[in-house]
Design a protein around this ligand. Structure first.
Ligand SMILES: [Zn+2]
Length: 265
């Protein structure tokens, strides 16, 4: 393996290259290079060339770029310049793996299958279903984004192109094109496994993915405690920038991931 090969990071370059990450890093490299040039033109030149090479080979040079660059680009209102595909590509608003299933049919199916139980004070996740759901999430938590994308592709009941993109998972299927955050993808794949295993039609299970996020007690992504909060206090995980500041959500107290967004009243 050559030195160049050992520096390459295929998960962030080639067709996996994230344009917002690359642009933000190039801009930072140029800024730093120019600033250093004022003190020493030679060192400035080395910073520029070294930085550009690192971005070319590794996709980015600033640690943690994939988690902040897409959000930074959105915040600056530049996201439209980084869309790909003729139709503008899927936007980054977090969505759900929706299916054309009557919500009443979905609910009665989940109750009959023993996924949910109805008690005097409301609907609850059955204990054994929760146990399996949470242990599946714990397993998925250890995956890389690419492995998670593969798990999503295997779990949905149709052929879809699934990619790790924009700090989440994008899915292009015959009838939907959605982007979901990593925590939501983990919860949704665990839902599909747990619900289908109880004999539920996969399309009904698909329709159950978003409502099931409501029952989350531990963060799908980090295992931290999930609490009711607002997007003002909790800005990771989903594209919270698009939401009104006081949008009610279920968010992780540890990592800030938004797991479930309560519908607007
Ligand atoms: Zn978390």
């Amino acid at each position: 393996m050559s030195v160049i090969d050992s520096l390459k990071r295929p998960e962030h370059t080639g067709e996996n290259r994230c344009l917002p990450c690359t642009a933000v890093n190039i801009a930072l490299v140029v800024l730093v290079g120019l600033a250093v040039s004022v003190l020493s033109p030679l060192v400035g030149f080395v910073v520029l060339v070294g930085g550009a090479l690192a971005v070319y080979l590794r996709g980015y040079v600033v640690p943690g770029t994939p988690s902040f660059a897409p959000r930074l680009v959105s915040a600056l209102g530049l996201a439209e310049y980084f869309e790909h595909g003729d139709d503008g590509g899927p936007d980054r608003r977090s969505e759900s793996l929706d299916a054309n299933v009557d919500p009443d049919v979905m609910l009665s199916t989940l109750l009959n299958a023993g996924v949910l139980v109805e008690e005097e004070d409301g609907l609850f996740l059955a204990d054994d279903a929760r146990e399996e759901w949470e242990s599946t999430m714990a397993t998925l938590r250890k995956t890389t984004d690419e492995e998670l994308a593969e798990a999503v592709a295997n779990a949905v009941p149709f052929d879809a192109t699934v990619d790790a993109e924009f700090d989440g998972i994008s899915l292009d299927g015959p009838s939907m094109s959605v982007w979901i955050s990593r925590p939501q993808a983990i919860a949704d794949v665990a839902t599909l496994y747990t619900v289908v295993e109880r004999g539920v039609d996969p399309m009904v299970a698909l329709a159950a993915t978003e409502p099931m996020r409501m029952f989350t007690e531990v963060c799908p992504d980090c295992g931290g405690p999930v609490e009711e909060t607002t997007t003002r206090n909790c800005c990771g995980g989903t594209a919270g920038l698009y939401d009104s500041p006081e949008h009610e959500v279920l968010g992780c107290a540890d990592c800030g991931a938004v797991v479930y967004e309560f519908p607007d009243e």
